[in-house]
Design a protein around this ligand. Sequence first.
Ligand code: C5P
Length: 440
Amino acid sequence: MLQCRSYDRCSTIDVRYPATWMHDLQYNDTITTVSGYLSMNILSGKHIILGVAGSIAAYKIAELARNLTLEDALVDVILTKAAEHFVGQATFQALTGRPVLTDMWALPEDGVVGHVALGIHADAVAIAPATANTLARIAAGICDDLLTTTVLATQAPILCAPAMNPQMYAAAATQKNIATLRQRGFTILEPAVGRMAEPMVGKGRLPEPDVLEGEIRALLGRRSGPLRERQVVVTAGGTREPIDPVRYVGNRSSGQMGYLLAALARDYGARVKLISGPTALTPPPAVTVIPVETTIQMRDAVLAACVDADILIMNAAVADFRPAHALVSKIKKSGESGLILELVQNPDILGELKEHHKLFKVGFAAETDDLIANAKGKLARKNLQMIVANDAVASIGQPDIQVTLINADGEITALPRQSKSQAAAAVLMAIAQRFNERAC
Ligand code: C5P
C-alpha cells in the first residue's frame, strides 16, 4: 500500500496513477504528488539506524539525526560506550523523539530476539563517526555490543564514515579493515581533510551532516528507488568560451535546476554523473561530478558518459557560439576603437547523440518567443523523448519557475509556477515514469 499526500497547487492538472513499476516500492514509501506528477521522498517512513562511536566528531550526528527525523525517517540512535563520553543520550532522544539505545540486553522483544531485532528491521545503517576500534571489531565479526551485533544481524545496506586521528586512519591495520569491509559491500566514505580537534591538519575529519544525509539517501534509493540500477547523466550550468585568458562568452545559468535533478536522480537510486559548467553551487553528495568549462569539453564528457548511460538530462545552458580564436594574451584597448569578435558555432551535443536510440534523452528549451512551437521543433530535430520548456525571461534569477513538459508522443503538460525544487521533483518523476514505461 502506498501512502499518498498531495502537494498539488493546481487542481486543473490530472494526478497520474502509479505506473506498474511503482508497485514494487516498499510498503512504507511515501508518494507525494507535486504539481500533478507523482514524487517521492526516499527518507519518508524509512527505519535508519545511526551508530555513533567514540570520536569528538560525534556532535555532528545530532544535526544529522534531526534532519533525517524532519524528513519523516524513523531514526534509532545507538551509542557505543565510548561515544557516551562525547555526546549524551538526552540530545538524541530529544531530536529523534525515540529512546536512545546503548545496551543490547535492555531491548524489548517483539517476536524477534531483542538484540538482533533492530538490524533485521532496518532499511539502512550508518555508522558515523566510525572509529578505528569499531571498524576493526566489525571487520573481525566481533559482536560484543549493540552496534556490532546490529551490523552483523542486518541485511540492510551499511554506510561507514571513518573519523579519527590521521595517523590512526593511515595505519595499515585500519586500511586493511576498511578494504575488508568494502569488499563485503559496505559503503565507506573517505574522511575529509582539514583541521583536527588536536592542533594538526590531516585526513580524518567526519564529513558534514548534509554529505552523510546525501549518502544515506543514495543507499536507500539503490535499494528501492524507481531508477535503481540505472545510469543517469545530468548536465548543468552554463558553458564558458574563452576570448582571452581573462574573458569569456557565457550565459546567466545558475545551474540550480541541474543540481537539483542530479540529487533527486541519486535519491531515486541511479548512479549519477553530473557534468557541470562553472557554478557557485555545492555539488550534491554521492554524485560523480565532472567539471567542465567549454562546450567542447562538455561534449567530450557527455559522449564518454553516455556510452553506458540509460538517461541523459541535458539541462546545461550550452553556449551556441564560441570565439573563432581564443587569444593567449589579454586583449588591450587601443584608442577609442571597439572590438569585433568573430564567433563560430559550437557542436550540438544532443544533436550528436541523435542516433543513440537506447538512451532516453531529455532536453531543455529556454525561449523568449514562441515557447511551445520552438520547444516542439527542438524535440523533433534532436530526436528527444521529452523536452522541458520554460520562458527564459520570466525564469532568470527567479526562485520560482513555470515549465511545460512535452513528450515525443505529443502530450503537453503545463505545470504551475512553483519553486525550482518542486519543479525539479515534478520533472524528474515525469522522466522516471516515462523511462520506466518505455523500459517495460
Ligand atoms: O539548441 P538549443 O540550445 O536551442 O536547444 C536546447 C537543448 O539542447 C538543451 O537541452 C541544451 O542543453 C542542448 N544543447 C546541446 N548542444 C548545444 C546547444 C544546446 O546539447 N550546442
